[in-house]
Design a protein around this ligand. Sequence first.
Ligand code: ADP
Ligand code: MG
Length: 579
Amino acid sequence: MSTTAQNMETERELTDGFHLVIDALKLNGIETVYGVPGIPVTDLGRKAQAAGMRVISFRHEQNAGNAAAIAGFLNRRPGICLTVSAPGFLNGLTALANATTNCFPMILISGSSEREVVDLQQGDYEEMDQLAIAKPLCKAAFRVLHAQDIGIGVARAIRAAVSGRPGGVYLDLPAKLFSQVMDAEAGAKSLVKVIDPAPAQIPAPAAVKRALAVLKGAKRPLIILGKGAAYAQADDQIRAFVEKTGIPFLQMSMAKGLLPDTHPQSAGAARSTVLKDSDVVMLIGARLNWLLSHGKGKTWGEPGSKKFIQVDIEPREMDSNVGIVAPVVGDIGSCVSALLDNMDAGWPTAPSEWVNAVNAKREENVAKMASRLMKNSSPMDFHSALGALRTIIKERPDAILVNEGANTLDLARGVIDMYQPRKRLDVGTWGVMGVGMGFAVAAAVETGKPVLAVEGDSAFGFCGMEVETICRYNLPVCIVVFNNNGIYRGTDVNPSGGSDPATTAFVRDARYDKLVEAFGGAGFHVTTPDELSRAVNKAMDSGRPALINAVIDPAAGSESGNISKLNPQSALKKKQERN
Ligand code: ADP
Ligand code: MG
């Protein structure tokens, strides 16, 4: 190269792979990255922070991935998780698969080793064909090899994550890409701002009419709202539709609060009755999977006694478990608006005989539960502890409740009423344990609202080290560990009589509160519902990290919570127990 050419080269403004990735994300409104630094993405995190992005560094990729996934659910924009190659990538993959299963938009961005070495299997540092491994576990997977393709790669990842049924996307960025240099102006031009990333999907008019005709003919109608309805952020239309029909409704776990659980049409406390006795069921953003007993069996009453209407963005969801007589395919905002527009002024409200029967059942069940929640016992059982937390959420309805565990989850879902949309974040479609701290971090970071994380002691163990992350970023997260000394309960003994503890038992009387103190947060140790209330209020008033070790009677839990039928047990053992 001549000296003049060299001078021109140095004067030309240059950019590189690092900057192009950051610019592409920022151009698309992505301001936050969750991840764990390391080779080859350490500098990507640093440069992203320098460029004004919020970069939240975790202690383990799975928790960073869960944070990204729930950020996607809360924002309708993909949450970003950044990991190192091979092991870091694999750690993030569980969260990516979980996001896809739950229809949460997220993008897992992992650095990777060089293609040439990986493909010849020559044994690179952290060698792994990450793209091939990610593919079956997510909605889409892409790899970018050239700096000039970064813009397109990021655009494709965003569109794949949020359009249609949302889900997880993998973006593979080999180490060499980050240091590739190109002309800054050409680089800027290569970036793509994604226009209308999740286009409206308008339902067919005939499908809307068909659904309304079925609904009109119902004697005992029921509406089920799922987390797809919460995700859609069509809160006003959904409320208008439900109220105009006067139909009793159930809200799936993460849909709770879309309408207040205390709404007069809420049939949450009469769940078994409405599932069994209804004749027409309208599903809005809820799947007939295991969480709804696949739409059949004893839960659903007499075989053939139901007609299902389903509103969903994914056409292939229809007829997945039972025949759907009125499929309405489109995004929930558009579908519910179309339903409302096609209901004439004299639209009949739900038959009063049915509504009265549902209300009577609800009152009866609410009264039954009330006395269990009021007890100020020590040690606490799940109900008395949850009774205290129920009041906290009633008084702080804009707080976000994160919830996981077995009994801690099942019982909290029923006991703690929610009042606002997207305030309850839990184990979702897989019932996965360990999402709590990742969800709590993202909930606080994305919304700025206080977070109350109600955790079984076992569930907490999967992600507990992230209390350091919560303290480091000084997030307004109050963690309550329901400590009953073990998985399901803490009273099991080693059947062999040996000195090892039982497989489901933990260290007795552990002090989880000391964990948060190690990092400068506030620890509390409580044994009664009154103490629990006082501690939670104090922690939440402070707006600072806190962990409350709530002592629960070790004998209080039941095996696998309310899904014990899914946990196979030895038939011989059952027979012996009966004898
Ligand atoms: P739940 O567990 O609360 O019942 P699911 O995750 O089973 O909820 O179901 C959510 C459903 O919502 C999925 O079938 C998904 O395709 C659908 N969905 C997600 N987002 C939208 C949207 N914007 N419009 C319509 N349907 C949606
Ligand atoms: Mg436990």
